[in-house]
Design a protein around this ligand. Sequence first.
Ligand code: NAD
Length: 314
Amino acid sequence: MNKITVIGAGHVGSSVCSSLLNQGLAEEIALIDLNKDLVTGEVMDLSDASCILDSNRSIKEGTYDDILDSKAIVITAGLSQSLGVSQGRMAGLTSCLKIMTSIASQIKERNYQGFIIVASNPLDVMSYYAYKLSGLKSNQVIGTGTLLDSARAELVLAKELKVLPNEVKTMILGEHGSHQFIASSLTTVKGEPLLSYLEKKKINEVKDFIDGIEKQVNRYGYSIIEKKGATYYGVANSVARIIKAIQNDEKIVLPVSNYVDDVYGIKDTYLSLPCFIGKNGIEGIKEVRLSSNEQEKLIEASSYLHSCIDIKVG
Ligand code: NAD
């Protein structure tokens, strides 16, 4: 039985359930939230949707005992996204950590040994605490990280360069937040390295061009929230993509938030790097050649994330 527990039944949690059921990645979902009416309503609505597609896939109101036979736990519990528009994704950090502490203690109490996928913001800090507080090994705790930002970067680059999104391959690395950056040295357009593609297209102000792309990617989520209150489909499919890679033992490389210790001089931090994802969760960080400027940005991201962790829990 492929069972998954989803914690948090808000915009993101309910969309995760919808993605998992529609894509056939869960036979049973247990949904948990402090708001019981919300869970009941979502379970009724999602049960309808799932029954139309395949009546063998089901969703129910869960309790923490449901994690015992779950292959994965998805954590989406958190604060309203509108807070982030004015204050950034680190908004309400202390409250977020309280939420993660209460969830992780339930997981640890039950000596759970599956996977945790974290979607809640501030993403890298919440992933770090999920790892530190749950008792799981770091390969079992994965943050959706910059998987979503990378998709956004492909869309933005494609629009700016007037090519199709599937002709652009890129990764955003670092923090899922303001300390993220585009890995230009890993970016290709129509199979050609970005920098030589820009040269051919006579785009001479390369730094300005890349800074402009990064700004647009960074603003992308906030623009959605300003218009419709929250973003959820993209992160839901990011969760589904990670779970699919684990289930199928794909060994695919995805930019996800993972425990980084002694890589590029970074210690004891969760942030996004290109990771191999397979049946053991995170099966390694792919060695990539980042430029010195990109390495600096990565170290800046890790220092920033460290400062958030130290201040709030030290
Ligand atoms: P929401 O307000 O719609 O839902 C959050 C839910 O969490 C609420 O229903 C609340 O009752 C529940 N909750 C709070 N504390 C809980 C606890 N201790 N146990 C169980 N449930 C609890 O928010 P949302 O729009 O669904 O966003 C959820 C989280 O996802 C936020 O942190 C948001 O910033 C984050 N997010 C991440 C990404 C990403 O790319 N990683 C994208 C969008 C949103």
